[in-house]
Structures are given as C-alpha cells and as structure tokens.
Write a protein that binds this ligand. Structure first.
Ligand code: IVH
Length: 678
C-alpha cells in the first residue's frame, strides 16, 4: 500500500470511529472543529489521489451525482405491519394466544419503543475485501415493493457505509446482509424544518413522521444530509430470512455492527412485565427528543416465532401497544401576539396549565388570524388541547356543554404592532398580519436570533439573553455589527465572563466561514430557506452574482418561481440591504460557494411526453428533462429527438411511430437522465 493510501485508510478509520461515537453512541470524544479538521485533511488527500476514493469513504455520504428518480424495488421479504393492542386486556389476549399456539408454558418477550418514523430496509453487499458495503436503502412502500432512496439513506450518519469483515466474522455473518429499522426525525430537527418551511412560505409539516417521509423522498441528498434523520436498527436479515438467534441477540449484534439501537428496551415473560415497561415508556416519552406512539413486544426466540407464523399483514409473534392520543380540556385565558423576523404577527394561546402527554402545557400555537376565526375561538372558552402525533400542543376545538360555558368575548386582532406601535397590514390573499416598520425592534431581535441559529450561521451562545443585552446597549444595529464586537463589550454584559465572552467571539469568528448558502439564509429573505439558498449558492457562486442577476436569471434556478425571484430582487434593491452586504464583506464574511456544474446530459435534445407515466407526473417529467438541459415540446415533429410514452398514449404515439422517432418509456427516460447521452 502506498504512503498516501495508508494515510487515507487510517484517517477514514479515525473518522468512522468518531462518527460512531457521535451519531450512534451519542458520546463525542472530540470537538466539532477537530472532527472537521480530520475530514478536511481526508478531503484534501482524496482530492490529490482521486484514484483512492471509495464509495464507503466518510467523504462520500453526500454523493455528487444528480438524484435519480426513485426506482421501485421488490423487498427481499415483505415488510409487514403490526397488529395493535390498546389495553392490558388486549395484551393479555395476545399473550394467551401466543402461549396456545407456541405450545409452551413460558415465553420470553422483548420490548422496544414504537418509534414514530418510517421503516426502511438497508442492504449491504460484499466488497472485494470482504467488508459489507452499503448497496441500497429502500422505503417500505406498500410492503412488497419499496422505493430506492439509497443516495438519501447514505447521508444518515448513524447508518454505517461499511462494516468491517472481522466484525461480521465474529458474529458468523456473511457480508451480504439486510438491516431493517426506523428512520426518525428528532423533534428539534422537526421544529427547525417547520421554521424553515414557514420562512419559505410553505405550510408546516404536520408531524415528524410526515416530515421524515418527505425528507427521505427529497431529490437532493445534500438537503437530506442537513435534516439530521436518525436510523434505529431492529431487524437483521440474511438471504431474506431473519437472523436465527432471536430478537435480543439481533439487537446486540446490530449494536456490535455499529448501528444505533434504541437503548430503551427490555425483556419479560408476563403481561405485568409488559405493563411496567409501558408505564416507564410513557414516563420517558416527553423527554426522549423524538416521537414514539407506543411499545412493540416481540417473541424473542426464533423457533417460537416460526411456529407462530404470520397472518396476512402482520406477524403473530409481535404486537404494538399503542398509546392513545392524549388530550385535555383547559381554559383559553388569553391570546398573545408575538412579532417575527419578517414582521409577521403570530397569535399564541395562553392556557390554564394542564397536564397532557407527560408535560404541562400552558401555551399552544394558533397559527394566524384565520385559524382563530375558523375555530370560532372566544377568550374564556374551554378548549380541547391535544399532544399526540405532534410535538407542539394543538388547540383542537372549542368544548361547549353544561360544564363548559362559552367564553366572553372575541379577540381583537391588534391594529398596531405590539412591539413598536406602528400600523400592521394584511396583504390580499395572505393569512398573516405584518408590521411593516423596517426599524421595528422585534424584527432586529428576531433577525439576530435567526442569523445565529443552528442550521443558519450556527453561532452558539447568541441566544435570547445575549441578543436582548446587545440590543439594549445599542451594540448592534444589524447582523454585520456582530463582527465588530469586542471582548470588553461582551464582558460588560450580564452573565458574561472572560471565557464565555471569548467563546462567543470565537463562534462569531468561525461563522465567517459558513459560506454563501448560510449567509443567504441568514439574511432572512422571504421564501429563501435552506433548500433555495443552497440551490442559489450552487448556481451563482457569489453574492455579487446573485445581486446582479435579473429575475429571469434567478428563475433559471430550480424551484425559484416568480414569487421567490421577486422577493430576492426586492431584497437586494433596498439600499439598506446593499449596505448590509457590503458591511458583511468588509467584516470578512465568506460569501462564496462552489458552483455546481450545470447538468447538461440532455442538452440539444427535444422530448415530447404522452400518456400516463407510472411514477412521474407530466410536470415532474418535464422538470427533470429541463433540469438536465433538454427541451420539452407539445407536438410531435420530425425535429424532435424522443417520444416518452406512458399508458394510454394516443395519436402522438402513432404519429411518432410513423415518423420513426425513437420511443422510450419512463424507465428509458430515467436511464438517459442517469447516464446522459452515452
Ligand atoms: S417491528 C414485522 N419494531 O411500526 C414488522 N416496528 O405499526 C414489524 N415500528 O411498520 C416491525 N418501531 O415502521 C418494529 N421497534 C419497532 C418499531 C416498529 C416502530 C413501526 C414500523 C412498522 C410499524 C407497524
């Protein structure tokens, strides 16, 4: 092995080790900066020796290749569902049936949390060295056939890209294995996503499960990588059969192989034992940081599992005990309005504190003025609040009966901003009222908080308390002023000592390198969230290029339509914002990005679409062709290159055949998109 190869391999193993500590065991041993340094060193070496890059290198989680459509793939064995139980009696019934069918006096069960995510199957295949290499990641789909979301699964850091041959050997496993488990979106990541969606003018995702599902089906792996999905493994298969050692041994083996296995698990032989585990799970539920909707019990021993077998849709050897949605009735005492970064007024329900789903709830979001109208809420009403599939408690409905009289009065939506007193406006077709005062102090406060937040410029320590003080003392009047802060100024603030002041300064300094996409997000341009910012950065490469771009040029970026291009042009047309950009530049904030090569594999080709394609809608197919540089025309002519025909193609197909135009189906199109013209 050459020097470089040895060095690269050593670095990779070191990085894998730290990834495992951080993402699987939750016990980081080095700082983020040290980790980044290792990664950068590896990237540098790989750039110098491209022939040594392997698909399981930690640098290759986010593949540069354009996302392909999601192929449908048959599962090695069906991914079944679970039967549900809602009470101790139903569990006791199941336990009785298990004993009868198993013909045993004593049966050992395992208990796991029922994670509220979506199940995926991850396949590994032998590398030339006998390691197991991640080869495919599939969604459950309809249970028989799943979607190939490999490039997205690879970005999940708790999923090993490869498993060393020795580890497999120790367990007597071949390198070709399949691991099944649940992908979940932690609550913090979910909230971040919804803030993001709100900024982009999109409706919020209803719950982390839907958000996780949407994320896994995103066509841009770099976005999936930023979402912080977590994979918990619970099944191990060899040749489409469950590993014969039983469930407890399976979870242990998965842990040894480097997978994240949920630590909340147990084993028991009786319904009492199950009820104890359930009680503990309900207690832990509020502080887990991710959602669960019940507990899963499985018969541990595989011979017994086999004996019990399956019904059509579920194994008889497992059952899901489902928590019931938790709700409570409480009083709506008042409605409070807060002002966001964009000046948006958001109403919050102030409730008489009530215990729901393990936590005390005293506030719930009311979204906007429309929501209050729709629910017909009056101050003093009794309302049902629910905390179930959702992180944030919801006001479901007004409760009105003998014991719960109606409230006293309608909430008067403020006509002026509660923070600065200026008039508020509601534009036609919009659900929200906004404060339009450019100097509203709430906006500056929220802008600073947004700029520093995780996923944006990531300035740790720039929280509510620090920002409030910086504003109070007039130390910052724009986000650019952050870069001029001195240690002396910070030490003078409450709760800042020498060390914390230096830490904040270091964080601010570090943020200068966050790159163009983050800065774009940080500026808080309406509708420009993570994804749009990323795409703009990749397309234009510098802030100057974006500022100089016409609306047409902006709209050439995928997903940028007239609404977004208008918001961007408006933003940069304002002198105050141009001054801000200059100030950020002067402060040394990096506002460049690596430009992505425009995809041109279909350049010069013209397509006509006809009939119904099996997976893509007409619009999607058109977008994919255009994104790859091709053209789509409405009518068949001699000049066109290909006809893409689906089910029930009509006269266009006949005409194309007559003109001897090559005809492809959706799969053929996908192949061209993946490979180019060849
Ligand atoms: S076992 C035979 N274990 O619940 C397949 N499923 O309602 C049974 N789930 O589709 C799967 N946590 O997505 C199993 N610890 C766990 C689980 C779990 C969540 C999901 C899974 C399954 C659904 C069935």
């Amino acid at each position: 092995m050459s020097d470089a190869a040895a060095k690269i391999e050593k670095l990779r193993n070191e990085i894998r080790h730290h990834e495992h500590l951080y993402y699987v065991l939750d016990q980081p041993a080095v700082s983020d900066a040290e980790f980044d340094a290792l990664m950068n060193e590896l990237k540098r070496l790989e750039a110098a020796h491209p022939e040594l890059v392997t698909p399981d290198s930690p640098t290759q989680r986010v593949g540069g290749k354009p996302a392909e459509g999601f192929r449908k793939v048959q599962h090695s064995r069906p991914m079944l569902s679970l039967d549900n139980a809602y009470s101790q009696e139903e569990l006791a019934d199941w336990d009785r049936r298990v004993h009868e069918l198993a013909g045993r006096l004593s049966v050992e069960y395992t208990s796991e949390l029922k994670l509220d995510g979506l199940s995926v199957a991850i396949h590994y295949q032998a590398s030339p060295e006998g390691d197991a290499q991640l080869s495919a990641g599939l969604t459950r789909g309809d249970g028989q056939v799943g979607e190939d979301v490999t490039s997205n699964i690879r970005t999940i850091r708790s999923v090993p890209l490869s498993i060393a041959a020795e580890k497999l050997k120790k367990l007597g496993l071949p390198p070709t294995i399949e691991v099944r488990g649940e992908c979940v979106l932690p609550e913090a990541a979910f909230e971040r996503l919804n803030e993001e969606r709100e900024r982009e003018g999109l409706p919020p995702a209803v719950n982390p499960r839907n958000a996780a599902a949407g994320t896994l089906r995103t066509l841009e792996p770099s976005i999936v990588a930023n979402r912080q999905l977590v994979f918990y493994a619970y099944f191990l298969l060899v040749n489409g059969e469950y590993w014969p050692q039983g469930q407890t041994a399976t979870l242990d083996a998965l842990t040894d192989l480097g997978f994240r296995v949920n630590p909340h698990r147990g084993s028991m032989k009786s319904v009492e034992g199950m009820m104890q585990f359930i009680a503990k799970a309900e207690e832990d539920r509020a502080t887990l940081g991710y959602e669960i909707d019940g507990v899963v019990f499985k018969v541990d021993a595989q011979p017994t599992q086999q004996r019990l077998g399956y019904t059509g849709r579920a194994p008889r050897w497992a059952i899901a005990y489902k928590f019931t949605a938790q709700s409570a009735v409480t009083k709506l005492e008042d409605i409070m309005i807060t002002v966001g970064r964009s000046g948006k007024l958001t109403p919050t329900a102030m409730l008489t504190p009530v215990f729901v789903g393990g936590v005390t709830v005293s506030r719930a979001t009311l979204h906007n003025a429309d929501f209050i109208e729709r629910k017909g809420l009056l101050i003093g009403d009794w309302v049902k609040v629910e905390r179930g599939g959702d992180v944030i408690p919801k006001v479901v409905e007004v409760v009105h009966d003998q014991d719960h009289p109606r409230g006293t009065h309608k909430f008067e939506y403020p006509k002026t901003c509660p923070e600065c007193g200026n008039t508020v406006v509601r534009e036609q077709g919009e659900a929200d009222w906004r404060c339009v005062n450019a100097d509203c102090p709430a906006k500056l406060r929220e802008s600073l908080l947004h700029f520093g937040s995780r996923g944006v410029m990531n300035i740790e320590g720039l929280g509510d308390a620090a920002v409030a003080q910086l504003l109070d003392r007039g130390l910052v009047k724009s986000v650019a002023d952050l870069y001029a802060l001195t240690k002396q100024q910070l030490i003078a603030l409450e709760r800042f000592a020498d060390k914390s002041a230096q830490t904040l300064l270091d964080e601010i300094e570090r943020s200068k390198k966050a790159g163009l996409a983050r800065v774009l997000m940080g500026l808080g341009i309406r509708f420009v969230g993570e994804r749009t910012a990323e795409l703009l950065a990749q397309e234009f490469g510098t802030i100057d290029a974006i500022m100089a771009a016409s609306r047409e040029e902006l709209e050439r970026v995928e997903e940028v339509g007239p609404r977004i291009s208008e918001a961007i042009s408006d933003f940069f047309a304002r002198p105050a914002n141009r001054t801000l950009i200059q100030a950020l530049k002067d402060a040394g904030v990096d506002m460049t990005a690596e430009r992505k090569q425009r995809t041109t594999q279909l350049a010069g080709l013209t397509f006509v679409l006809t009939g119904t394609l099996p997976h893509l809608t007409r619009e999607e197919a058109k977008a994919r062709i255009e994104a790859a540089g091709g053209k789509v025309s409405g009518s068949v002519s001699k000049k066109m290159s290909y006809l893409i025909a689906g089910e029930e193609a009509g006269s266009k197909l006949d005409k194309a055949q007559a003109l001897k135009i090559p005809i492809l189906d959706e799969a053929g199109l996908m192949e061209m998109l993946a490979k180019g013209k060849g």
